[in-house]
Design a protein around this ligand. Structure first.
Ligand SMILES: Nc1ncnc2c1ncn2[C@@H]1O[C@H](COP(=O)(O)OP(=O)(O)O)[C@@H](O)[C@H]1O
Ligand SMILES: [Mg+2]
Length: 271
């Protein structure tokens, strides 16, 4: 492996701005400048002012396009403005996320990972008209990353040599975005990053997401299962890793993870 010079730039600054919600709100998740709440039989994703209106409308559009592929998703019900906040309302899915299920039943990790991979492969079997390509998004994110100019150049070149692909790639496929219902059916949520692309790029991103959330053993097991299901070598997915790590570093908010991503993005040659 060849490692390029480290970047001198530091992690991107993030404007911390909490979204104000009612005290009685049933909060499912709270992030910097975004809150997800349960509201009767629906879920309300409330965005803070750092989100561009176009990005919020695009997220709703992506969710609608994902639903049109026929995959089981949580349907978008409306896009609305509550006081000063743009919101997306989607169907509530009664169940548990795969992340919760896995955390509560560690001995069956392999079984859940197999199911997780099977769901991802079903997503890859779909495509969509008029959806952007993942390679174009990755290209922009590499340009926006804090990596040295030469590394960014190498990554742009590498990306050009990779297949563009036309498979539906969720873009944020991780166990918190899969809900398993009481009857054992699954639904995939959170399609804001969906694009068409090479499935192996999406596998590389999911592998990275396991890593970044501290589930390193699960990451390796997931990689092996995904490669087996797609009948590819692990080395083929690893070729995407510096590219997806660089792309991720352009938005990663944790300083520790940011440094890790910059390191991976700098490893441009896999033996
Ligand atoms: N339609 C839904 N039904 C049930 N739970 C949901 C639904 N949408 C979101 N959630 C819960 O809220 C969490 C965050 O929602 P998500 O849309 O994934 O936000 P983020 O973009 O911040 O990851 C999910 O991991 C899940 O636990
Ligand atoms: Mg999510």
């Amino acid at each position: 492996m060849k490692k390029k010079t480290e970047s001198k730039k530091c992690a991107p600054k993030v404007a911390v701005q909490k979204v104000a919600v009612k005290k009685s709100a049933n909060i499912l998740l709270e992030r910097t400048d975004k809150v997800v709440t349960k509201d009767k039989n629906s879920v309300l994703k409330i965005f803070g002012p750092s989100y561009k209106v176009s990005a919020i409308l695009n997220e709703a559009m992506n969710e609608a396009r994902a639903a049109e592929t026929g995959l089981p998703v949580a349907k978008v019900l409306e896009v609305l403005k509550l006081r000063d906040h743009w919101c997306i309302r989607r169907e509530w899915i009664e169940g548990k996320t795969l992340a919760e299920t896995m955390a509560g039943d560690k001995k069956n990790l392999m079984r859940y990972l197999k199911e997780f991979v099977a769901i991802q492969c079903e997503i890859f079997s779909k495509t969509s008209e008029r959806m952007g390509n993942l390679a174009d998004k990755l290209d922009k994110q590499i340009s926006a990353s804090a990596l040295p100019k030469e590394t960014r150049y190498d990554l742009h070149m590498r990306l050009q040599s990779m297949p563009r692909g036309k498979a539906l790639c969720h873009g944020d496929f991780n166990p918190t975005n899969v809900i398993i219902t009481a009857s054992g059916d699954w639904r995939v949520i959170d399609w804001s990053h969906v694009r068409l692309g090479d499935p192996l790029a999406d596998v590389a991103r999911t592998y990275l997401l396991f890593w970044l959330s501290g589930h390193v053993a699960a990451a390796e097991k997931y990689m092996a299962l995904a490669c087996e299901a797609l009948k590819v070598k692990i080395a083929d997915v690893q070729k995407w890793l510096p590219i997806v790590a660089a792309a991720e570093s352009s938005k990663e908010q944790s300083v520790k993870n940011h440094e890790l991503l910059l390191h991976w993005a700098s490893v441009v040659d896999y033996e």
